[in-house]
Design a protein around this ligand. Sequence first.
Ligand code: SF4
Length: 453
Amino acid sequence: MAGGSTRLLDDLRRALEVAAGSSGWSVGRPVLADRLRVPVSRPAGARPALELVVEQRSPAAATGGYAEVGGFRLFYAAPRNAPLPPSDSVPVATLMDALVRWLRTSENALAALWTVRRKRGRGGGGAAPRGRSDPRTSRVLEPGYGLEREQILRVEFRCNQRCPFCFVRIRPHRPEWETIRRALDRATGDRPGANIVLSGGEPTLHPELLELVARIRARRPRRLVLQTNAVRLADAGFADRLHAAGVLIHFVSLHSHREETYDRITRTSGQFPKAIRGIRNLLAYADAAVTLNILVNRLNVRSLSGYVRFVGRLRGADGRPPGLFFTVMNDVGLARAPELAVPLETVAPALARAVALCAELGIRVDPFTGECAPPLCVLRDPAPYARKSEDGFRGALYVEPGAEFAPHRRVKRVECRTCRYDAVCVGVSGAYARRFGLEALKPFRGPRLSLHD
Ligand code: SF4
């Protein structure tokens, strides 16, 4: 069996080497323990920047990842303290697709190998993977802390895209009418006018979206926002019907202006032109407001200025471009797609240039708030992007070097207490701090801003 195991893993390595081709990336020796891991590095012999992973599925284990083949789940991850590879250069999709193809023909052999190892008690214990709770949200209603008294209503858990950093548990499920009714009761019950964000998954996949909108509008919300990727809104008739139903505020995820990067981030193909057509359809309504959300990550951070110029050319009926909302991965995103993480030292100069360009081109930039906002010190002059209201963010932990904290907590340095923007800044996620540290946070001097300034 030892010879069979070596042959099997050698086959895998060869298949991946062929896939890597002349990309400059080198495939290391596959290691079979509780999981099958294949290190990938550049140049050959350097510390691995990425690991391709195969694990046995179990009812308790997380679902999702890049693909599932038979009894196995495939995903990729960055090892702790992995070096930052150059953007757009890791042939992840090519390697993962080669891994999928290999596993389709080797599934039985791999399963047999694992069984033998388990019986012998070798290979890191050879145990089935430990169960993990899925950190993504599956709540139908949850308070957002991006906008004042915002209530996020998830009406559809299906999605036509597969962004790896998404913090919503995508699955073939849509809540019953009764569940939505109760959620709406909670969202609007004792408030004079709630801000409802109609979200998902992808809410435009809901077959009764227009009826839903009518029911929400009957509650007289102060604002009704549609959170979407706009792909379905490429259908002008559908966009018209939604507009006529009273959906006038749109928050659209558009994570790159380059089709190839867009496809890699959303793990789709052919959707980019539709998303742009959908955005143009929305911009054509004189009474509609459109904000684009870009999550800054390893694949798009170096092209942010090009993205802003692209957005500047998307003019609405009033001649103005859509607004922009810049975000970074929260703790769930960092856990699920560590290979896309970028340190703030890389984000800050790119974002500062992008925001300055927005000012030049007349593009509105929304305040940095919410659990995916970058800390304000990524900007040289964050004053215009600090939200000052009673709903400003509170509750970050101020941590000493070496302190322990949970990945989902928002954290700041102890020195942040003296920062001018402390009261209105969300800091970073604990997951970010664990991975990259807090050295990038640079307190601003000057009188502290209060939430009510
Ligand atoms: S130093 Fe701290 S409080 Fe100040 S902007 Fe940065 S993270 Fe926020």
